[in-house]
Design a protein around this ligand. Structure first.
Ligand SMILES: NC(=O)c1ccc[n+]([C@@H]2O[C@H](COP(=O)([O-])OP(=O)(O)OC[C@H]3O[C@@H](n4cnc5c(N)ncnc54)[C@H](O)[C@@H]3O)[C@@H](O)[C@H]2O)c1
Length: 269
């Protein structure tokens, strides 16, 4: 049986950890050759090695998605190694505790925090699209999947820079889908709920994780593999008629009445 993405070339940013790592592995298992890009070149190389050891094809590259020169080099690597680009997963986000802990509220916002969030989380994906789309058009089209967040679809008491950058990423998704759809480019975003990744452990306390757990409708929080499976589907021919969507992969986090968790807690005693 041929794999669903065999012959395809994919780039994943933020591929060294968490969701990006799982997506790079899943795309490779589905038959794609993968360029695993990350600010941490060592982790990108490790993920590429893991994929190779499992029988897939992958190359690791050190890429800061906020830097246009790095994005250009990442695209050139995919073209030089594998002949072109079919799939781009814009997944990297600035998620270091040093930054996230300073992203608290608008009035006390350091402008550097705001600018860093937007440089990585929104300018990065825009640069990825800017340089990948011309390569995709040479092959008759392609698929872009952006990793947004439930935080880009709702307001919250923390992390306004992160949330606003992810909201903007939803808008970028619509514009790319609209401007290049007729030329065979599909562009969607995935808005994960709370996922058990290194970034979550680094930025959120145990107490808050328990609170998040109560607000998901599923028995467990998300896992990187949950997003990876959705990316593989969106990249596949089965999703040929899906574009311009922000699709929640969030265990129902945003699907219930705001009083849900309180009611559940009362029932549990
Ligand atoms: N974990 C969650 O609960 C959750 C929820 C919603 C959305 N997301 C989104 O999912 C994506 C992946 O998050 P994760 O939880 O897997 O995080 P993670 O920290 O495990 O992985 C993020 C990776 O991105 C890399 N990175 C950071 N800045 C970069 C840059 N400038 N250029 C290239 N790479 C860079 C990091 O080195 C790291 O390997 C992010 O876009 C994040 O906003 C995560």
């Amino acid at each position: 049986m041929s794999e669903i993405l065999s012959g395809k070339v994919a780039i994943v940013t933020g591929a060294g950890s968490g969701i990006g790592r799982a997506t790079a592995q899943a795309l490779a298992r589905a038959g794609a050759a993968v360029v695993a890009a990350d600010l941490d070149g060592g982790s990108a190389a490790r993920v590429a090695q893991e994929i190779g050891a499992a029988g897939g094809r992958a190359t690791g590259v050190r890429t800061d998605v906020a830097q246009e020169g790095d994005i250009r080099a990442m695209i050139e690597t995919a073209v030089a190694e594998y002949g072109g680009i079919d799939i781009l997963h814009n997944n990297a986000a600035a998620s270091s505790p040093a930054l996230m802990s300073r992203d608290r509220d608008i009035v006390s916002m350091d402008i550097e925090v705001w600018d860093e969030a937007f440089a990585v989380n929104l300018r990065g994906p825009m640069l990825g699209c800017k340089h990948a789309i011309p390569q995709m058009l040479k092959r008759g089209g392609g698929v872009i999947v952006n990793t947004s967040s439930a935080s880009g679809l709702t307001g919250d008491v923390v992390r306004p820079a992160y949330g606003a950058s992810k909201g903007g990423l939803g808008a970028l998704t619509l514009y790319v889908a609209t401007q290049y759809g007729k030329q065979g480019i599909r562009c969607n975003a995935i808005a994960p709920g709370v996922m058990e990744t290194p970034a979550l452990a680094a930025n959120v306390s145990e107490e808050d994780i328990a609170l998040y757990r109560r607000n998901h409708l599923t028995p467990r929080l998300g896992r990187p593999e949950d997003v990876a499976a959705a990316v593989v589907f969106l990249a596949s021919p089965g999703a040929a008629f899906i574009t311009g969507q922000v699709i929640s992969v969030d265990g129902g986090l945003l699907s219930h009445h705001p009083t849900y968790a309180e009611f559940m807690r009362r029932t549990e005693g």
